[in-house]
Design a protein around this ligand. Structure first.
Ligand SMILES: Nc1ncnc2c1ncn2[C@@H]1O[C@H](COP(=O)(O)OP(=O)(O)O)[C@@H](O)[C@H]1O
Ligand SMILES: [Mg+2]
Length: 250
């Protein structure tokens, strides 16, 4: 009897054979990676292993040399500029420092991404959305604050709130806990989980922080010098006898 294939739904992200070279140095070397609907995949690797380059290729901030990147069924290397922009709206990107505009208060920072994408939204609807995302990140009263008044953890939360304004299907987190103390890191990790559960968001979380990987990952992929050398759940990888893998887990 023939078995039904287990995976019948196209994953949200499918990367195959991704190569990228900078100045003769192979930064990504044959990367294959899939992310399913509402799945959190962590890419764990040391500094300089190619993690940020991987994210940049996924939104075409960097051009891959070879390979294919399909996101929500679209081959992002082949689509035209208009299609790329339409796709980018569905992809949330949390930068290392939240990337807020210093001259605007939190409310205006949150309204900003919608200026281009949802021009016809009324003021009431906009305010309701801002209240909802501030509630989501646990800062319901922060609308009138200026970015300079926010702590590192709060800036990250507002940065996340801003990307949530566009209701992304896929979130890309580049080192979400870098520069944060342990307690604040935990809060950000919890938010990543909350957003996955509440909105069925798929996430790629790039980190060298094992505590972040442990808390957020459904699956961990280990990147070493641009190549994927291991993959599995936290518990599976934690049992590995490989010295290099073990160096992350203690
Ligand atoms: N725009 C660029 N031009 C030249 N080299 C780059 C560029 N971006 C990254 N690199 C190099 O690629 C390697 C991987 O970088 P990156 O993807 O930022 O790693 P990670 O995020 O894992 O720390 C590093 O050696 C870095 O110096
Ligand atoms: Mg990086």
């Amino acid at each position: 009897m023939k078995m039904e294939p287990i995976e019948t739904v196209e994953p949200v992200v499918r990367i195959q054979g991704l190569n990228k070279t900078y100045n003769g140095q192979k930064v990504l070397n044959g990367v294959d990676l899939c992310i399913g609907k509402a799945e959190n995949v962590v890419v764990l690797g040391k500094s300089g292993s190619g993690k940020s380059t991987l994210i940049k290729c996924m939104v075409r901030l960097s051009e891959p040399d070879e390979g294919s990147i399909s996101i929500m069924g679209k081959d992002i290397v082949k689509i035209n500029y208009q299609e790329l922009n339409a796709l980018r709206v569905k992809i949330g990107f949390l930068f290392q420092n939240g990337a807020l505009y210093d001259s605007m208060n939190v409310h205006d920072n949150l309204a900003f991404p919608l200026r281009h994408h949802r021009k016809h939204l009324g003021k009431e609807k906009l305010n309701a959305m801002i209240s909802e995302v501030l509630e989501n990140v646990g800062l319901p009263e922060a609308g009138n604050k200026m970015p300079a008044e926010l702590s590192g953890g709060m800036s990250k939360r507002i940065g996340l709130a801003r990307t949530l304004m566009l209701k992304p299907s896929l979130m890309l987190y580049d080192e979400p806990t870098s520069g944060l103390d342990t307690a604040t890191s935990k809060e950000i990790n919890q938010l990543i989980l909350d957003m996955q559960r509440k909105y069925q968001i798929s996430s790629l979380i790039i980190t060298h922080d094992i505590a972040c990987a442990k808390m957020t990952a459904d699956r961990i992929v280990m990147l070493r010098d641009g190549a994927i050398v291991a993959a599995g759940t936290y518990d599976e990888l934690n049992k590995s006898n490989d010295e290099w893998i073990k160096s992350f887990f203690n």
